[in-house]
Design a protein around this ligand. Structure first.
Ligand SMILES: [Zn+2]
Length: 110
């Protein structure tokens, strides 16, 4: 699978489609993986969330991956101070807004 990098993924196909339109308008070649498998996955596996089947936006040209990520961060505000953090004590991941680990109450690392 060389020459293809996932730059955005979301449970919501609409958001992934919007992300694609952002990149396409910037002239970055990209495509969506799993666009048609999500409904199938849900019906086969019940209503549990299956991240592996989330639609994923992939950039073909590796030299433009960073540019694509920057564009998407600007539009969605993702990863800009809004990333999950991993507890150094118990290794659970926590939402960015949590100041203490939900699992063991360890302080968020700076
Ligand atoms: Zn913890």
């Amino acid at each position: 699978m060389a020459g293809m990098t996932t730059v955005f993924t979301d449970q919501d196909c609409t958001r992934v489609g919007y992300a694609r339109s952002i990149l396409e308008s910037a002239g970055i070649a990209c495509f969506i993986q799993n666009e048609n498998t999500q409904t199938l996955g849900v019906s086969l596996l019940g209503y549990s969330h299956t991240p592996i089947l989330d639609p994923a936006l992939c950039v073909v040209d590796e030299t433009r991956v960073e540019e694509a990520r920057t564009l998407l961060q600007q539009h969605f505000g993702i990863e800009a101070g809004n990333t999950e953090w991993v507890c150094p004590s118990c290794k659970e991941s926590n939402p960015a807004s949590f100041e203490l680990c939900w699992n063991c109450q360890a302080a968020k690392p700076q």
